[in-house]
Design a protein around this ligand. Structure first.
Ligand SMILES: [Zn+2]
Length: 465
């Protein structure tokens, strides 16, 4: 493959880094807090600022897209090359709330550079990680001598991610045609650590469930009736306890149907990450590990589906005793899903399992309020190979793989656009997402710019349509 020298990209970045950081700082000064209705105008200002900036970068199309909530930004830069793949980069321009009084050392909306760190709300999550692509694409053009990128480059930057993306799925469906892409790159994640660059290849899905159990018409006397009528609190406890078998596998029949198992290669690569379980437990604020037999902690949180009891309540919980058979009890459950599991199928399995276990005399309601699908890109996917090569050029070291145990709107893009999803982020765990003193490491931000520049070149060459 004909590859531009890495030095061409680096020297371009050297020349433009200061202006890039000044622009990013301007954006970070806009307090685009989506959770705060009083700042809806700031979220809009942030969208308009970004659209202007993207036009100035060279994107021929950069638009503010309205939703039923806060606006998103869409930009597009066609390659002009017939067989070029189309890449959609996803990020968000809204930020978590922040105030100096929360304990910040500096004003969260007045960016401060200390050493090689830039402190501000949104520095890592997610403005910094959206913005590195703007310098990345310019470095790509300068280094290759092209006038348009080697891929059809699209950007979708939403304005409600920190508020749960309530209008995102609808926006993606509405604009599916213009968003069409061969691969989606999510730039709203991190890597393992400063010294271990990684690419994330998937996220778990999520299905919520609530079960409401009703017994006697009111709390009744346990002396007069107890032992002869069903107790909804006991049934709630039986359901919670019955969710797992002795090996901590989910005991709901059919739950594991279709699960994409870890390959030996993935297990070996996970095992190479410098994982310190004690440190992980400190972060987890937990006092021990427990999970499905036969899997490591990382495998359990990244690659295995789970059932969790989020809450169980009912009956008397006040001081002293109260000898009753309670009238009702409730359970909130959630299931993390992995690739291959279908949300509908999981819901049916859980519903059938519950119906078999609730005894006569108890009426119940089961609801599945929300769900997010899982996503996973196989290690040998050509776009993933390009991403790894681009990152290895920037970092000058081997890149390993992670997955994300949480769930996010990425799955909406995967499902509606039918494109694989990759996660490219340069943030590190110490960046303080959603916390005080959020920052981005300037050296890593720069590596993000370099990776972006190399990635468009590599995809244009190796991921032809
Ligand atoms: Zn984010």
């Amino acid at each position: 493959m004909t590859k531009t020298p890495d030095s061409a990209v680096r020297s371009f970045i050297d020349r433009h880094e200061d202006a890039f950081l000044a622009d990013l700082s301007d954006w970070l000064r806009i307090p685009s807090v989506s959770a705060d209705p009083d700042r809806a105008g700031e979220v809009r200002r942030s969208a308009e600022w970004l659209a202007d900036r993207l036009r100035a970068t060279g994107f021929p199309v950069a638009e503010v897209w309205e939703t039923d909530g806060l606006p998103a930004v869409f930009a597009e830069w066609p390659s002009g090359d017939e067989g070029a793949p189309t890449v959609l980069v996803y990020g968000h321009h809204d930020v978590q709330p922040a105030a100096r009084e929360d304990g910040w050392d500096t004003d969260p909306f007045e960016p401060a550079v200390v050493g090689r760190r830039l402190y501000a709300r949104g520095a890592a999550d997610d403005k910094g990680q959206v913005f590195f692509h703007t310098l990345g694409v310019r470095a790509h053009l300068a280094a290759t001598g092209r006038t348009a990128p080697a891929v059809n480059l699209k950007l979708l930057v939403e304005g409600e991610e920190e508020s749960g993306s309530p209008n995102f799925a609808a926006l993606v469906r509405r604009e599916a045609e213009r968003l069409a892409a061969d691969v989606v790159i999510i730039s709203d994640t991190g890597m393992w650590s400063e010294t271990t660059p990684t690419v994330c290849t998937g996220m778990r899905g999520l299905a919520d469930c609530q079960i409401d159990l009703y017994g006697p018409d009111s709390d009744i006397h346990s002396g007069s009736f107890g032992g002869a009528v069903p107790n909804p609190a006991a049934v709630a406890a039986e359901l919670a306890a019955g969710l797992h078998d002795a090996d901590r596998k989910v005991a709901v029949p059919g739950f594991y149907d279709g699960v994409v198992e870890l390959t030996d290669e993935e297990r070996a690569l996970f095992a190479r990450l410098p994982f310190d379980e004690e440190q992980w437990l400190r972060v987890a604020k937990s006092h021990g590990t427990r999970g499905e037999a036969g899997y490591t902690t990382l495998e359990r949180v990244w690659a295995r589906p789970t059932a969790e009891v989020n809450g169980v309540w009912g009956g008397y919980t006040g001081p002293g005793g109260k000898t009753i058979v309670p009238a009702e009890a409730h359970l909130k459950l959630s299931f993390r899903l992995v690739a291959g599991q279908e949300v509908e199928k999981v819901r049916e399995s859980v519903a059938a399992w519950v119906s078999e276990r609730v005894p006569e005399g108890i009426r119940y309601e089961i609801a599945f309020p929300g769900a997010t699908r899982p996503c996973l890109t196989p290690l040998d996917h050509p776009a993933l190979r390009s991403t790894v090569r681009a990152m290895e050029r920037a970092f000058e070291q081997e890149v390993l793989f992670t997955r994300e145990g949480g769930s996010g709107p990425a799955a909406d893009l995967q499902d509606v656009l039918g494109a694989p999803v990759l996660f490219l982020g340069i943030s590190v765990p110490s960046d303080g997402w959603h916390s005080i003193n959020e920052k981005v490491e300037l050296d890593l931000l720069r590596k993000g710019v370099e990776t972006s520049a190399h990635l468009w070149e590599d995809l244009g060459e190796n991921f032809r349509r």
